[in-house]
Every structure is written in C-alpha cells, then in structure tokens.
Ligand binder design. Structure first.
Ligand code: SAH
Ligand code: SF4
Ligand code: F3S
Length: 452
C-alpha cells in the first residue's frame, strides 16, 4: 500500500504522548509536548485520533520495558489502518546499548527512534521522516551541552517541575540510569532562578527541583554553587509557593541542606531519601557508600530539627546475595526510620550493570515472599501514621477534582493526599482541612479556611 503522510498545515494535527517512569520523564514529556505544539500539533488522549504517538519510555526495571513493548506492539493494527500516523519512541529505553536495534526489529512500523540526550531534535526528526519517507533513528551516545530555552507544555498545575541537573555519576551497581542518562551536568543557577521566578509569577504554587542526585548539584565546579546554596536562592524567590526537591542521596545529604530548610518555611519538611536496603553488606554490594547507621543518623538529624518532618524512601528486595538476615535488617531499619511512605521494588537485573553479573541470584519465590512481607509492613506503618491525622488540621494544596469520589484533592506538605467537598473549584489554592477520616493513606476532611 502506498504510504500517505500528512504534510502541510491544512488540517489540525494531533499528538498523543505515553509516558513511563519517573518525574524526570514526566517533565520531559512536557518538553516533548512543548516541541510538538511549536509545530502546530494539539493534544489528544486517543491513539486513533492522533497524527503522532510518542512513547517516552523507561528501562529502570524489566517490567517497565515490558509495559512499553506491550503498548507499542498494540499500535501495529492502528498503523496498518492509518498509515499516515507517526509512531515515535524516545526515553531511556532507546539509550540502552543495542535497544534501538531491538525496537526496529521487533516493531518495524516505528517511524522515529530518538533518545533522551537529543530530545530537542524531535521536530527536526519528524520533518525528516515526513520528507524522506523512511525510518529515522537518531540516538546521541554521549551527553552534550545542556539545551536551554525550551518551553515545556506544563500539565501538572499547581506544581511545576524544574530540572536542576541531568545524568548521574553514582553507578549504584543495580542501576541503569548512569548508562542511559550520561554523566552529571548541572544547569546554571541563573537559568533555574529565572525559570522559577517566571513560574511563580504565572501562578504556580509548588516548585519541585529535579535531579537524580540533587546533592551533587554543581559538584563539578561549573555553577559556583552547592545544592544547599541553590535551594537557598530558589527559596528566596518572592511569592507564596511550596518548594520540594528530589532525589537526595544519603551519602551526601546533610546539615547544609537542613540549615537552609530551617531558614525558609517554603521548603517542605519532607525529604525523599532512598535507602535501598538496611543491610550494610548489601549496601556495599550496591555501591551506595553509606551504612544503615549513617542513614538513620540523617533521619534523626532531620527529625530532631523539625519534629514534624517526614522521610519517604525507595527499597529494593532480592538483590543478589540478599539473605533472610539481610532482609530482616531492612525490616528493622524501616521500623526505626518511621517512613511516611516507601516505594518498594523487586530487584531486576539490567544488562550492562555490575549487579547483573553477580552470582547468587535470589530465587523469584523468595523475592516474592520478601516483597509481600515488606509491602505489608510499610502499609501498616503508613496507615498508622495517617490515623494520627484524624482530629488535626492539614494544609492541602488543591490540585485536582476526583470524578469518582466527587471531591477535590490535594497534598499536604508531607505528601499525604487529602480529599474534601467544595461547591467551587479550589484548584491552585491552599486549603486548611480538619481531618475527619483516614482511609489507608488517604485523608478526608472539611475545609476550615484558607491558609494565610
Ligand atoms: N536517582 C534516584 C532514583 C533512581 S530510580 C535515586 O538515586 O534513588 C528509582 C528507584 O528505582 C531507585 O531508588 C531504586 O530503588 C529502584 N531501582 C533502580 N534500579 C533498579 C533495579 N535494577 N531493580 C529494582 N529496582 C531498581
Ligand atoms: Fe541510579 Fe544510584 Fe544514580 Fe540513583 S544515584 S540514579 S539509584 S545510579
Ligand atoms: Fe527515570 Fe526510568 Fe529513565 S526511572 S531516568 S525514566 S530509566
């Protein structure tokens, strides 16, 4: 069949973006949307209505990849029915060694493959695909200079994501991120500050600074500022907004950041501090460069400064060589750290990483048993914590309307979800709720006023 491609601007062109993975990717999808809108595309949520479908992939664990594979594969029929539709695949998966080839072979109907390191070239690649009528595969292998001046199309009001750095140098032995995101590079403080000022002036009420390891911001000396200094500068931007940052690394997180948090009430008293394991032996094998004791002392330092402070975390079970004793050390640490919540994962070997070469794999049934026990423990702790909210007030930044519950929802400073009824939209407002019910990790309450 002869291919028909939509050229010219005589008809409205629509894009659909499918995102997997972390906040970094969520924000990069906003950048992709910005680029596509610049080309005259508008958004649709339906594959069938789209002129281009972009998959922004993740490869952190095998199931993230399988998810994307499944969804890309499902478009084969649509592509046959509507050959003019463009299918583009970007994100971390395309940056994996040899993955672009696999994608090409598995899904010959993909039109464009691009990487995280050359995202800004997407419009050019689309034009090339339309002109040359053959598949375009362009991945940049090594990170280049940071590209400034992009206009993301933001979809997370009242929150706005702001990158402060890209890449990672840590090489935790299980993790593929350093291989697919390149070496650390930090944005210049003036670019970050002018972006934040603009966002606050536009009415955004929450700014989240993003980096794989925010504590190493500027550690190459290129910015003239440490992360703590940057945080201080951003928190000094005038206006009412909440400031969050992620992710902190326990090997670097410390007093300088806590001091800045104390200086500015805008900075949420919540730190996402991934611990990964409670066993020092496993932490060493993971190349995390801290011990369980050091980790707990940081949690303690934070909580002794701000009694209300909360910590959230990420935990991996079933890392190669993890014994029952190691696993129990993780449980013990979870109890001591008193996390507000935790993301729990089963270890997934990633080709090219050090851990993938390690022997002594934990059998899947043991991994399954441990993840179930850990999830039960984490859930019981977070539930107990939620119950303590009943009868108290919580300040929620209202972010959405939940159609199912017929309630507005938002989050408090500590990331707890709060739901309430209101006659009018409160999205973008800080609302004080008197909490009447805690159901799992969700809180329900009555608005008792607006925070000054
Ligand atoms: N830069 C952040 C986030 C990394 S990815 C950090 O340093 O923590 C988010 C989480 O995914 C990690 O914290 C880790 O818990 C998990 N993760 C990463 N690689 C994994 C793997 N191979 N198997 C299972 N979980 C993994
Ligand atoms: Fe991965 Fe470790 Fe870097 Fe986080 S700090 S992205 S877990 S290598
Ligand atoms: Fe994020 Fe997944 Fe890439 S977690 S950095 S999108 S591999």
């Amino acid at each position: 069949m002869e291919e028909k491609l939509y050229v010219g601007n005589f008809m409205e062109k629509k894009y659909r973006i499918v995102t997997y993975g972390c906040q970094m990717n969520v924000h990069e999808s906003e950048k992709i949307a910005g680029l596509l809108r610049g080309m005259g595309y508008t958004e649709t949520k339906e594959d069938a209505e789209a002129d281009i479908v972009v998959f922004n992939t993740c490869c952190i664990r095998e199931n993230a990849e399988n998810h994307a594979f499944g969804n890309i594969g499902a478009l084969k029929k649509l592509k046959r029915r509507k050959p003019g539709i463009l299918i583009a695949v970007g994100g971390c998966m395309t940056q994996e060694a040899g993955k672009a080839e696999v994608l090409k072979e598995k899904f010959p109907f993909i039109d464009i493959i691009f990487g995280t390191l050359n995202l800004e070239k997407l419009p050019e690649l689309i034009e090339r695909r339309l002109k040359e009528k053959k598949k375009v595969v362009e991945i940049r292998e090594k990170e280049g200079e940071i590209v400034e001046g992009e206009e993301p199309f933001r979809t997370s009001y009242p929150n706005a994501w702001v990158n402060i750095m890209y890449g990672c140098n840590n090489f935790c032995s299980y993790c593929i991120v350093p291989y697919v995101r390149g070496r650390e590079r930090s944005r210049k403080p003036e670019h970050i500050l002018s972006e934040v000022k603009k966002l606050v002036a536009e009415g955004y009420k929450e700014i989240t600074l993003l980096g794989q390891n925010v504590d190493s911001y500027g550690s190459d000396g290129s910015t003239g500022m440490t992360f703590a200094q940057l945080l201080d500068a951003v928190a000094s931007v005038e206006g009412k907004f909440r400031l969050r940052f992620m992710t902190s690394h326990p090997k670097d997180f410390g007093k300088d950041v806590i001091d800045v948090m104390e200086k500015h009430r805008k900075i949420c008293r919540l730190v996402h501090l991934p611990v990964q394991s409670g066993s020092d032996r496993i932490l060493r094998a993971m190349n995390r460069r801290y011990t369980g004791e050091k980790y707990l002392s940081e949690v303690e330092m934070l909580k002794s400064r701000f009694p209300e402070a909360e910590v959230t975390t990420d935990i991996i079970v079933g890392f190669p060589g993890e014994t029952e004793e190691d696993y129990l050390a993780t449980e013990a640490l979870v109890k001591k750290a008193d996390f507000a919540s935790a993301f729990t994962f089963v270890y997934s070997p990633r080709t090219g990483t050090k851990a993938a070469e390690m022997e002594d794999r934990v059998p899947p049934e043991v991994q399954k048993d441990r993840i179930m026990r850990l999830v039960a423990l984490v859930n019981s702790l977070t539930r107990k914590k939620s119950e303590r909210y009943v009868g108290r007030t919580a300040v929620i930044l209202c972010e959405d309307y939940d159609e199912k519950k017929k309630m507005y929802m938002g989050r408090d400073e500590f990331g707890r979800m709060g739901y309430f009824r209101s006659e009018r939209s409160r999205i973008g407002e800080f609302v004080t709720l008197k909490i009447t019910v805690a159901n799992g990790i969700s809180l329900f309450g009555e608005p008792v006023g607006e925070e000054e």
